[in-house]
Design a protein around this ligand. Structure first.
Ligand SMILES: [Cu+2]
Length: 728
């Protein structure tokens, strides 16, 4: 069976047989016999094995080494070719794979599907796990096995906490844990985390907790970027039981974000509380492996206009008021999967999953406001989105040179929402609410996914992978149901970070993507001294959910617009390239090497015009040095000017730039220290997917008299970071 050779990963965590089942479950991921793939971008210095060519796995050590530098879990993915990020708050960036953004990417956090409980996607799934609580992150680009797909078209990001570690047979009690802290000069950002674990051979109890906070950061000119501060606290517990070939794990946690500013949104997060619980079982039987999960997550989310946007010192605004918005979200679901080895070369995987998302969103009446009383405005009233999916997948080794995977999947998605209400008792918004309430809001969507993947390894030096995936995503609640076409209401809706206002569309159809990709990988098979990989890809998306200008709205004249979600066919294509090479090795001076990655993507609507937020040509080149406990890197980042912009959203162009970052780290027994300098040259830059900067704009109107859409979000100026981790 495949699992035998995959022992490498779990052998560290779990003894013998359990390790096998742990790994077979990891064989969810289409990976090769050589073991766990570590892509070139992992800055751990480990050399990648071949295989699973569109998959990248970040391991705990690589993630830990970035803890001082990076706060946002999503930012850990920034170096993966083909992955880019849309800026949000300090810990809420949205990942994009091959130009397909946000909810088009399936994100699984310890087996849980979490949907942002916010019209502006301030609390996306990756914001719910602190980077200090992560064991591995697996990223699959474009062609995703159906067992890891469903309701997504761009790919899958799977974040897993570390596998529980039990005491070795014959030993009594295993105590382990870690303490870490960091400081970053720009924004005066600091925090720490703690992990504790106690285990015998059969039971493990663990805790991780973290706190971090940051003030507003400054750009390279020293100008403060308003509404960019945040504070976040995470607590997570786990209790695991292991008997023979069975593992049962309970996870629970709580997150509290008292504040997170959003420089590209009209609103700021003023509170976010989430609790979750999760049961996971995996076991090995004579007939194969079984894996099941059950989870529940609850979010209480509050938004308002914070002081950076409030203009309390502006006489024009002195009398304006705040505008609280409340969202309650719940995610609930299960996933069960059986893995059935037919013989040594064939494996079948079947599974079933259910995900239910429920959202309530209301905007409390504001006393003394003409426009925002006497009712609470109701945006979503008990809105639900329930999805049930089933799949079957077949992996086959035809010969040592040829492998294939074929999968089919069916998802049924049902959505609905109750009646809504305007703030006022009479007027156009009341009429709009009544019109919406007269409609039938229930929708259902049936979608079929297919994934076919072929791997060919003609010799030890080269490997090829060709894949096709038909993938679907049904519209989200926030695309279907926001109902008010009044200006102020629409400005509160929109996750694009473009400052525009959005109106939902009850007639949206699911997106159907046809993804094609080819990967060619070459390596030095004798000394593993170099490696090179290129993946050109193409995607045709039927009914891509984009936006049109709202026809029933009075459009402002300052560059912002009112838009409505709408289906349009689209195509995207691009290429990811990555490589690494050893440069020089010396007993005294250490080992010098280099790794690089380059990505390009282009997206167009078939009826003309560009898609929004396509990352221009960009490349990273890193010079790496390793000497015993020392690991250092000097990194250059090249980003081309963004000129292919979307006119409908009035997406702003950004100039090209080069950034230089430097870092070094030293590991001495159980203590590791990381120090670095980001943006060494203090270059003023605007990340192409940063979005429109409105961190100091008056929030409640995008009317013609207000400041216009003419500023990109500035990137962070020079920043020193230092971090320390003590593990025991
Ligand atoms: Cu929000």
């Amino acid at each position: 069976m495949k699992s035998k050779s995959k022992l490498t990963m779990a052998a560290i965590a779990l003894p013998s047989l359990m390790a096998q089942s742990a790994i077979t479950l990891a064989a969810d991921k289409y990976e090769q016999d050589e073991g766990v793939l570590l892509d070139t971008i992992v800055i751990t210095g480990k050399k990648p094995a071949q295989g699973g060519l569109n998959k990248t796995e970040l391991n705990a050590e690589g993630i830990r080494r970035q803890q001082a530098q990076v706060q946002d879990t999503a930012k850990l993915l920034e170096d993966i070719p083909g992955v880019s990020l849309q800026a949000g708050g300090g810990i809420s960036s949205l990942p994009i794979i091959h130009g397909l953004n946000d909810e088009r990417v399936k994100i699984d956090v310890n087996g849980m599907n979490i949907v942002a409980a916010c019209a502006n996607h301030m609390n996306p799934p990756l914001s719910y796990i602190d980077r200090s609580n992560i064991g591995t992150i697996t990223v699959l680009r474009g062609i995703t096995p159906v067992s890891m797909g469903g309701d997504s078209i761009g790919g899958t990001i799977s974040v897993q906490s570390a596998e529980p570690v039990f005491a070795q047979p014959g030993k009594d009690i295993l105590l382990n844990g870690s303490l870490s802290g960091f400081y970053r000069s720009n924004g005066d950002s600091f925090g720490g985390s703690m992990a504790l674990g106690i285990a015998n051979q059969h039971v493990k109890l663990g805790y991780t907790g973290s706190h971090s906070q940051s003030g507003n950061y400054s750009d390279a000119r020293g100008v403060i970027v308003k509404s960019s501060a945040y504070e976040s606290q995470n607590h997570a517990f786990n209790l695991a039981f292991k008997f023979d070939q069975h593992l049962l794990e309970f996870k629970g946690g709580q997150q509290h974000i008292p504040f997170q500013g959003f420089p590209t949104q009209r609103m700021d997060m003023t509170n976010n509380d989430s609790i979750f619980g999760n049961v996971h079982y995996k076991g090995m039987f004579d007939w194969g492996n079984l894996d099941g999960r059950l989870y529940l997550e609850n979010t209480s989310h509050t938004m308002d206009i914070e002081d950076d946007k409030f203009y309390t010192n502006d006489p024009k605004r002195a009398l304006t008021m705040k505008m609280p918005m409340e969202v309650r979200g719940r995610n609930f679901g299960y996933k069960i999967q059986a893995e059935l080895p037919i013989n040594d070369d064939h494996l079948v995987r079947i599974g079933n999953e259910f995900h239910s998302n429920r959202l309530n969103e209301w905007w409390p009446a504001v006393k003394g406001s003409m426009g925002m009383s006497p009712n609470d405005f109701v945006n979503l009233n008990g809105a639900t989105r329930d999805r049930v999916g089933s799949y079957a997948e077949w992996e086959a080794n035809w010969s040592p040179q040829l492998k294939s995977m074929l999968g089919v999947r069916y998802d049924h998605t049902m959505t609905d929402t109750g009646n809504v209400k305007a703030y006022q008792l009479t007027g156009a918004t009341v009429t709009a609410a009544n019109n919406f309430n007269r409609l039938n809001h229930g929708r259902s969507f049936d979608t079929f996914d297919v994934t076919a993947l072929l791997q060919f390894k003609p010799n030890t030096m080269s490997q090829f992978e060709f894949g096709y995936a038909r993938k679907n995503r049904a519209p989200s609640l926030y695309e279907l149901y926001p109902w008010s076409n009044a200006g102020m209401m629409m400005t509160m809706i929109g996750s694009a970070g473009d400052g525009n206002g959005y109106l939902g569309n009850l007639n949206l159809k699911p997106e159907i993507a046809h993804n094609l990709s080819l990967t060619a990988a070459f390596r030095d098979s004798s000394n593993n001294a170099w490696e090179f990989k290129a993946t050109p890809y193409f995607s045709y998306v039927e009914n891509f959910i984009d936006a049109d200008r709202c026809t029933s709205c009075t459009q402002p004249t300052n560059g912002f617009y009112y838009l409505q979600y709408a289906n349009h066919n689209a195509r995207l294509w691009g290429i990811d390239v990555s490589g690494r090479a050893d440069i020089y090795q010396h007993a005294t001076f250490g080992q010098f090497s280099t790794h690089t990655s380059m990505s390009y993507v282009r997206g167009q609507r078939m009826d003309g015009g560009n898609l929004y937020h396509m990352m221009p040509l960009n490349a990273k080149l890193s010079l790496d040095h390793k000497l015993q406990g020392w690991k250092s890197a000097l990194e250059m980042q090249f980003v081309d000017a963004k000129s292919d912009v979307q006119a409908i959203r009035n997406e702003l162009r950004t100039p090209g730039y080069i950034l230089l970052n430097a870092k070094t780290g030293y590991q001495w027994k159980n203590l590791s220290v990381d120090v670095g300098l980001d943006n060494v040259l203090n270059k003023q830059y605007y990340h192409p997917l940063g979005g429109a900067y409105m961190g100091d704009y008056y929030a409640m109107s995008i009317g013609s008299g207000e400041k216009g859409n003419n500023r990109n979000l500035p990137g962070m100026g020079r920043s020193v970071f230092v971090g320390m981790t003590l593990s025991y």
